[in-house]
Ligand binder design. Sequence first.
Ligand SMILES: Nc1ncnc2c1ncn2[C@@H]1O[C@H](COP(=O)(O)OP(=O)(O)O)[C@@H](O)[C@H]1O
Ligand SMILES: [Mg+2]
Length: 488
Amino acid sequence: MSVVDRYTLGRTLGSGFSAKVKVGTDPEGNQFALKIFRHDNPQFNQKQFKLLKEEVEATTQMDHRHVVKYYHFMEHATMIKKNGQQVPVAFIAQEMVTGGELFDYVANSGPFEESVCKYYFKQMLQAVHYIHAKGFSHRDLKPENILLDKNFDIKLVDFGFACPLEGRDGSGTNRSVIGTPGYMAPEILQRQPYQGQVVDVFALGVILFILYSGHPPFSMANEEDTYYKLLATNRSDLFWKAHANPTRKPENFYSEHFKDLITCMLQFHPHQRLCIADIVGHPWLSSGGAATPEAVRAEFAHRQEVNKRKALEEEERKRAQRDQVSNAVRRDFQLDGKVYLSAGEDLMESGHASAEIIRLTLKEFEPDSCQTHAFFSTYRPDYLLNQLTTKMREQGQEFEISDQSWKIKFDVSKKIVSGDGDNEQEQESGPFNQEYSQIQVQIMKVRDQDDKYCVSFSRKAGSSILFYDNANKYIDLLELCNNATLDS
Ligand SMILES: Nc1ncnc2c1ncn2[C@@H]1O[C@H](COP(=O)(O)OP(=O)(O)O)[C@@H](O)[C@H]1O
Ligand SMILES: [Mg+2]
C-alpha cells in the first residue's frame, strides 16, 4: 500500500495535466479524494505551483451542495510507494465524489432528455452562481470537471484555473489564455482581456448543448469554425439547420426555447450574452418541465451500470493489448520494403537481405517543451509507428516517414464552404477556399523513465484548426496506446 501523510492510498479516481486523484483513507476509515502533485514532476514548475496555491485559495472558500468540499492541504509531504520509494508531493484532500464524471454518462449511455438537462443545468447554474458570488471564476467548466455524487447530483470540481473576479491586477479582467479550447469563449481565443463570469457562462452554454445533443456545437469558437462562424455572424438559423440535419436528429429535436437560450449564451460579443439571472428567467428554464430527483436517480442508476460495464471492457481490452505487445519480440518496423529500427538495436531476424535498413535516432522528450497534443505510452517506437501508419492507411491518409528519427509527416486539407456547410449541393458548386495544414508526429523517449515514450503532434505549417482536428483524431484512434502519464 502506498501512503501519504496519514492517508493510505487506494484506486485512482482520475488524472489530469499535473496531478493524479486517488482515494485516500485516514486512520479512522474516512475516505477522501486526494489530488496529488509530485514535486519531482518536471511539468510541475514554478508557474504550476502558483496555480496550485490559487487552486487551494479558491477551494478552501467553497461550501455549497453542488461544489466539492475541501478538507486539507499539504505543500510538502512524502508519498511512500509500495516498493518503499519516497516521493516528495503536495496534495489537496477533498470530499470524495463517487458517481463519476458527467462526461462518462453522456459518452457511454447517450445524451439526456430535455427534462434531465433542465435538472442538471439548474444545479450547474446554482454552483457557478455561488462561485461567482464568492468572488471567483472557475475558467475550466466542462463535463470532465462536473462529477455526480451518490444521489446523482452535481459536484463541481477542479479549481486548478480558478481566479479572483477582479483579475490578478485588480482591473476586473483576465488575460491568461486558460481552459479547454472547445469551451473557451471567442475573446479568450482572440487573446483579448475577458471577464471571468462571462466566459464561465459561455462554457455552460457549450456544456448544455453537449448534454442534450451528445456532441459539441463546434470545435472552437472562432470565425474559422464552420459552425461557430454562423453564430458569430448572426446566422443562427443556419447553425440550427445544420445541427438539426434530419439524417442525424428527429424532427423538431431542438425546441424554440432551447435554440434561443443556446444562441444567446454563445453570442460572439460578450456584452450580448445572457448573464446567469437572465438565464434563470429564460422561458426554457422558467416554463418548468425539469425532471424530478426520483426520475433522475432511477435513470442514472441504470446509466451508471453501463459506465461500470464499459470501464471493465476497456480494462480488458487494454490488458489484452498489453499482453500481445509484451509477447512480441519485434523491435523493428517494416513498411514498403524498408526496415526501420533504432540506432544501436540489433536486427531481430535474418531475412532482411533485400530490404533497405534505416536506423532512426530516438530523441529525448523535453518535459519543459510545450506539448499541446501529445500522449505517453509504454509501447516501443516500432509498435507505435506501426499502429500510427496502420490507422493512417485506414483513413486513406498519405504520410512520409523520416529516415533520420522516429518521425512522420503528413499533409491534410479541407474545403471551406461558405454558406450552410451541411448542404451537399452547395459543397459541390458553392464558392470555397482550401484550408491546409502540415503535421509532424515525433516519437521520443522520456528521460530517466525506462520504457516510456512520448508521441507528440506538432503543426509545421497551415491552419491550426485543421491541425487540432487531425491531431485529436489520431490521438483518439491511438487511444489504446495512450496508457501512461508522465507522473506515474
Ligand atoms: N473529489 C473528487 N472525487 C472523485 N473524483 C475526483 C474528485 N476530484 C477529481 N476527481 C477525478 O479526477 C479527475 C481529475 O481531477 P481534477 O481536479 O479535474 O484535475 P486536473 O486539474 O488535473 O484536471 C476529475 O476529472 C475526476 O474524474
Ligand atoms: Mg480537471
